[in-house]
Write a protein that binds this ligand. Structure first.
Ligand SMILES: Cc1cc2nc3c(=O)[nH]c(=O)nc-3n(C[C@H](O)[C@H](O)[C@H](O)COP(=O)(O)OP(=O)(O)OC[C@H]3O[C@@H](n4cnc5c(N)ncnc54)[C@H](O)[C@@H]3O)c2cc1C
Length: 477
């Protein structure tokens, strides 16, 4: 073991197990663990309010794992790293890459400047199973369809590496010149809106491992079918942990392999279905890497001419869960109350906003980025464009989710919808997803006054569907 100090720069990898950069840095000798709140981050990529809340707790937990030696800074990473290096005997800087194009670009500048000063720089991949730069279709261009990307590009490539252990010894140092504390990062909002969210989540690396173990034990069997029902606790809920790197995709991938090898009762269909969702996460980062404009621009250029009909009233009703469509409202309230929304319902509310209310997909994506605890530029963008029909391998434009039928099919007993729209609690299942069709005497029995205790639908589904397809036909000509 050599004896120089390696600065380890934590990015979106808030864990000490299977952390390739940290693992190698610890082999060098003492490390100076650093987190920098990057003030130069472009406004559109800044963390949303929900993410900041999660990150506060995540950093707190990470700091505990590092015996309170994590050094916090706010500002321009280029300047801050240079200062730290000058004031401490740092000879090397290591980090795990964040596969977002603007971050990679900035990293390249930092690396080049530090190298000019004689500092050793090494960056690692701790967040993707297959690196995006080396995966191409037969004709040498980036894949544009999920199935060939995943089946040919990923599954035919060497299997993901096995997770690394926690470094045997981490000698971590405090920067004596650093006066900034976690509180100074001002991640917690002044209004404590997050109180309702707090009950639903445990944060940090150990919590992520427990969550994975729980899913392997109770969720994996039957995943393929059950994942569609929002009232069931049938998906892994690993998305915020994966986003902040409290768990690595390698740990999840390996966890699945080990569990399936040991438990013959888990059928291949469930295993494949879950792994392919992890594949969608890979595909999202892959697309963002190769098409960096995706967060602002529709992949298909013709969508830039789409005749959206901006309407603040519609947008507000959607955000507050007051559209008059109970399945949509349940989803939007789940988001507000828990910081999460079930995937099936994400598709339904997104389709409703874009295809029934004709609001630009970017308005919805930006609300999600502010409210989701798993808010992730890559996954969020790709999924919004998928629903809108404007993106790669997208749902065809005419596929418009019907929130009444979706509710009846995927929440047949209304357990999920009643939970988040309690004012409709007493409504019989038959009317739950279309309360305006309920006979007056039943509404009365249920203490529901439409337009007062619960809104009338803000839009007619059939008319808006027709209008939407007409608008689409205009741009596809
Ligand atoms: C409009 C819309 C916006 C979305 N925004 C985000 C977002 O900001 N961040 C985010 O992580 N996911 C996003 N998703 C994808 C998906 O809804 C969530 O990843 C999933 O619901 C998280 O729950 P889970 O961890 O229980 O998923 P599981 O079903 O247990 O899946 C396991 C993991 O696979 C990945 N995954 C699953 N589905 C997808 C998908 N469709 N695309 C990419 N990765 C996927 C996630 O990392 C997830 O944790 C969005 C989906 C839609 C339709």
């Amino acid at each position: 073991m050599s004896s120089f100090i390696t600065l380890f720069w934590f990015r979106q990898d808030f864990r000490i197990s299977d952390n390739p950069g940290l693992f190698e840095a610890a082999q060098n000798g003492a490390i100076l663990p650093v987190y920098i709140l990057d003030e130069t981050c472009p406004a559109q990529f800044k963390q949303g309010e929900a993410s900041k809340w999660w990150m506060y707790h995540s950093l707190h937990k990470l700091n505990i794992c590092l015996n309170s030696t994590l050094n916090f800074y706010v500002g321009d990473p280029q300047v801050i790293l240079t200062n730290i290096i000058q004031e401490n005997d740092v000879k090397a800087v290591y980090w795990n890459k964040v596969f977002e194009p603007w971050q990679l670009e900035k990293d390249a500048q930092i690396e080049s400047n530090l190298k000019k000063r004689g500092i050793v720089c090494k960056s690692f991949n701790g967040s993707l199973l297959w690196e995006p730069e080396s995966n191409f279709s037969k004709n040498g261009t980036p894949y544009r369809m999920f199935t060939p990307f995943y089946r040919n590009g990923c599954l035919q490539a060497p299997s993901p590496r096995k997770p690394l252990p926690i470094p045997e010894k981490i000698i971590s140092l405090k920067d004596q010149g650093c006066r900034t504390t976690l509180e100074d990062l001002k991640l917690l909002p002044s209004i404590s809106w997050y109180k309702s969210i707090e009950h639903f989540w445990e944060i940090g690396e150990q919590a992520a491992q427990r969550q994975l173990a729980k899913f392997l034990e109770f969720g994996l069997k039957g995943y393929k079918k059950n994942r569609n029902y929002p009232s069931k606790d049938a998906t892994s809920r690993l998305s915020p942990y994966l986003h902040f790197g409290e768990i690595s995709p390698h740990q999840v991938w390996q966890g699945i392999q080990v569990k399936c090898a040991a438990d013959e009762s888990i059928i291949n269909e469930d295993k494949e279905s879950f792994l392919s969702e992890i594949g969608w996460r890979e595909f999202s980062y892959y697309l963002l890497y190769h098409f960096p404009n995706l967060p602002y621009k529709s992949f298909y250029k013709k969508f830039e001419d789409f005749p959206w009909k901006p309407n603040t009233e519609f947008l507000k009703a959607w955000q507050k869960g007051l559209t008059g469509y109970p399945f949509v409202d349940a989803g939007m309230r789940e988001l507000w109350q828990t910081g999460y929304m079930h995937n099936r319902v994400r598709m339904v509310v997104a389709s409703f906003l874009v295809k029934n209310l004709l609001q630009d997909w970017r308005t919805g994506a930006s609300w999600f980025l502010d409210c989701l605890l798993d808010a992730d530029i890559a996954s969020n963008t790709i999924n919004w464009q998928w629903v809108a029909g404007s993106g790669v391998d997208a749902a065809p434009y005419f596929r418009i989710f019907n929130p009444i039928l979706q509710g009846e099919k995927f929440d047949p007993k209304g357990i999920y919808t009643r939970r988040f729209v309690p004012e409709l609690d007493k409504l019989p299942d038959k009317y739950l997803f279309k309360p305006w069709q309920t006979p007056d005497y039943i509404l009365k029995e249920c203490n529901i006054i439409l337009g007062v205790t619960y809104p009338y639908p803000i839009i007619n589904l059939q008319h808006s569907r027709k209008e939407s397809i007409e608008a689409y036909n205009k741009i596809s000509l």
